[in-house]
Design a protein around this ligand. Sequence first.
Ligand SMILES: Nc1ncnc2c1ncn2[C@@H]1O[C@H](COP(=O)(O)OP(=O)(O)O)[C@@H](O)[C@H]1O
Ligand SMILES: [Mg+2]
Length: 404
Amino acid sequence: MTEVRSVVLIADDDAMKTAVGKAIDHLGDMSLEVRTGTLSSVNGAAAQFLNDHDLLIFRLSDDADTDLVSQMRRQVSASGTLMALSDRDISLSEMRALKKSGVDEILPFPIGRDELAEQIQRLATPRSMLPTLYSQPGTRRLGQVIGVCPVRGGIGASTLAVNLADQLQGRTGTFRKRNRNRVAVVDLDIQFGTIATELDLAPSAGLFKMARDRVRPDRTFLEQCLVKHASGLEVLTAPDEFMPLDAFSREQIATLIETLRQEFDYVVLDLPRTLVDWLGAIVSSCDRMLMVTDSTVPSIRQAYRLIDFFSQERLELPVEIVVSHEKKKIFGAAHYAEAEKLLGRKLRHWLPHDPHNARIALDRGQLLSQAARGSGLSKAIRHLGRKIMQETQSVALGHAHKAA
Ligand SMILES: Nc1ncnc2c1ncn2[C@@H]1O[C@H](COP(=O)(O)OP(=O)(O)O)[C@@H](O)[C@H]1O
Ligand SMILES: [Mg+2]
């Protein structure tokens, strides 16, 4: 990109001015404006600077900076990127408070020229250039996006979503402590989402803010809203405030998916059972859509209607049917064949009815792999996870084979 990006520095320290100047010179395609002072001494002009430049860098001077940043963020909402340089030790809680108030990155000073340049490069890149989003070398991923979509309420979609995500981490090693894959789960059942409770996590306001402030959900946004679960899963929870289902734009959801795809090996989306416009963005870009149903006539009909609706969006739909609460019956052949014919695909995956273990996990706020590892339900989801990982691998190796 040859477009010149602009950076403004607010600092009262010569060493800092020199260092930032050198980093900017090194990058070449950036302009720098320097303001001598502090965030508070520029007296409210900071918000304007933030608006006018791609990146605002400031020297962290005192605790009051957190409040100033919050004020600025309120004035210019989510646009503009902020970097703080700190030449004193700051505590983890102070760092958290700063991030929460809206600072995108806090770096220690002094800092090496190359590292500073790299961070400036990353943060000054406008959000509109998202597809070429910066990732640290070696961390750029092109993850698989898997939607989990229920045909009716209470069918077990959310249970599948979180526990499948857990299995997709591909734990290995002694005590199964090492995760091979980075996995994110997003609770897009924004009105009735249960994932935070299922995992005993405090809900984040991220999705609510994304809707209210019309945020383009980039990497910085994700860093602020993803909640890490002890298992390693990174979770974007449903908001705990009520919001209308159509509060997101289709573009926002498309951006969210692409951003997640770059950061994770697998992204699992727990979907609402109501049809809403932005589902189209998911249908058209996901690698798989697991449709969770049972084999009763009304559920199969509903599955058919959903597939029909999704087909308007995309011809070759990667929909796979998951039959939940059921064991495949030996004498069900004719009934299944009829369902498969209507849906145009196999009843591919089966999850047993296992209310006892599902309940234990739910009550403890734990994953099945923790609460009921040996249970039939846990095993079936592990099996499904392995299939997906194998198929992903063989596709990556160039032996793409069609899903059965
Ligand atoms: N295979 C299963 N067998 C028995 N109970 C289940 C199963 N899957 C989920 N449940 C239970 O059913 C209820 C609804 O599950 P949930 O995953 O929240 O469904 P959904 O997201 O489709 O509404 C929960 O109490 C859950 O513990
Ligand atoms: Mg659910």
